[in-house]
Write a protein that binds this ligand. Structure first.
Ligand code: FAD
Ligand code: MG
Ligand code: MG
Length: 267
């Protein structure tokens, strides 16, 4: 992989080109606007907290992937990726916390492992319920005061969140930072595809929201009509069946409606 400062410089350069692009669709224009807002929120966090005080909740999903890319861009912008900057510490530049699902997808695990290498993440992993995991994380990393989270407005519990919120009572105490709170589902995919950012392979198989293997299926809204007019089977394996090779589900980026994102999830 590229050296960290080089990687961040390239990401910064690509985002600058993206932000400067003119003659773009209204959809891209609104993602440019959201990107500026998010970078500003991350910059406020970097103004308020030192790097050892900041962490990012990363589970390999599309939303925290966008958040991570914006964070790396913002680190470059503040000169925090240079080894000659006394306030930067490459070892803790990108502190992350990952809480493994009880039944993780191998593809998600592989993508998180790849992300650690590509983006030089200092990632700690826990396999327990979220509250307990964050209690352990704060005990293991007591410098952390604020955690960047990729929650969006249309997620469960996302409706009333602000850019900065202390955790709710009953949760371990830290500040949640929500830079991408007002991004829509389609904005996330527009950004990822415009900037050509590698993402977890499950999204190309029609998964739009990633949980564990026991509660997550490809999104039925992305099922292709089968040629024999049969109703597509939700649990059917993707890919080749009897020599026919058309995948049964369209990729995640073809969905547009925020409220259809979780149709492949139980409950
Ligand atoms: P997703 O889109 O899967 O997750 C949204 C974002 O949450 C992701 O982009 C990522 O940044 C983070 N995240 C989700 N799952 C993981 C994971 N397994 N490992 C690491 N990061 C993950 N709920 C409350 O009611 N009150 C709270 O005070 C509160 N504090 C939280 C603080 C943090 C840092 C996190 C990560 C969650 C917190 N939650 C809290 C839970 C939150 O409201 C969601 O229930 C939770 O993030 C799962 O999100 P999701 O699956 O609905 O959406
Ligand atoms: Mg999400
Ligand atoms: Mg989730």
């Amino acid at each position: 992989p590229l050296p960290f400062h080089e990687l961040c410089a390239r990401i910064h350069g690509r985002i600058a080109v993206f932000l400067d692009a003119e003659d773009v669709s209204d959809r891209v224009k609104s993602v440019q606007e959201q990107t500026r807002v998010s970078l500003n929120v991350i910059d406020q966090a970097l103004e308020q907290y030192s790097l050892p005080e900041l962490s990012l909740a990363y589970n390999g999903g599309k939303d925290c992937l966008v958040l991570l890319i914006l964070y790396l861009c913002a680190l470059h912008d503040r000169g925090l990726t240079r080894t000659d900057n006394p306030s930067s510490n490459i070892d803790t530049a990108v502190q992350c916390v990952y809480i493994q699902d009880a039944h993780p997808f191998a593809e998600v695990e592989a993508f998180v492992a790849q992300s650690i290498k590509t983006y030089s993440l200092a990632l700690l992993e826990y396999a327990k319920p979220m509250k307990a995991a964050f209690a352990d994380y704060l005990r293991d990393t007591p410098s952390v005061k604020a955690i960047l989270v990729g929650t969006r407005r249309t997620d469960p519990h996302g409706e009333h969140l602000k850019h900065f919120d202390p955790t709710d009572s009953g949760w371990p105490k830290f500040v949640r930072v929500h830079p991408v709170i007002d991004w829509h589902y389609v904005d996330i995919w527009t950004f990822i595809r415009y900037l050509n950012i590698p993402y977890c392979t499950l999204y190309d198989l029609g998964y739009t929201s990633l949980g564990g293997t026991t509660d997550t299926q490809p999104n039925p809204a992305l099922a292709r009509q089968s040629s024999s007019q049969q109703v597509p089977q939700l649990d059917a394996a993707n890919g080749a069946v009897n020599g026919t090779s058309k995948p049964k589900f369209r990729p995640a980026y073809e969905l547009v409606d925020d409220y259809e994102e979780r149709l492949g999830r139980d409950r």
